[in-house]
Design a protein around this ligand. Sequence first.
Ligand code: FES
Length: 106
Amino acid sequence: IKITYVEHNGREHVIDVPRGATVMEGARDNGIPGIEADCGGACSCATCHAYIDSNWVGKLPAKEAMEADMLDFAYEPDPSRSRLTCQIKVNEALEGLILHMPERQA
Ligand code: FES
């Protein structure tokens, strides 16, 4: 599934992420700078934060309460488009997803 990760400096990385992996794993396993994922995907660090492209915000599954709470600890979260990428599982519906990395992680 093709996902485009855009670094804060504008550099784009188009990655083929396997179905069932998380958006965070797609970045981590391909060495994309900007996603740190200190907790390894346990929804307890907020360093996998990214801004979802505005065209995609409404197409993602809704946040669970734990993700919403953790996002408060992210660097400059934007309630309308911030997500923790370890909480988003990749499937066909996300083909073409675009996300933007924050200036830095928490
Ligand atoms: Fe830690 Fe997502 S990897 S919250």
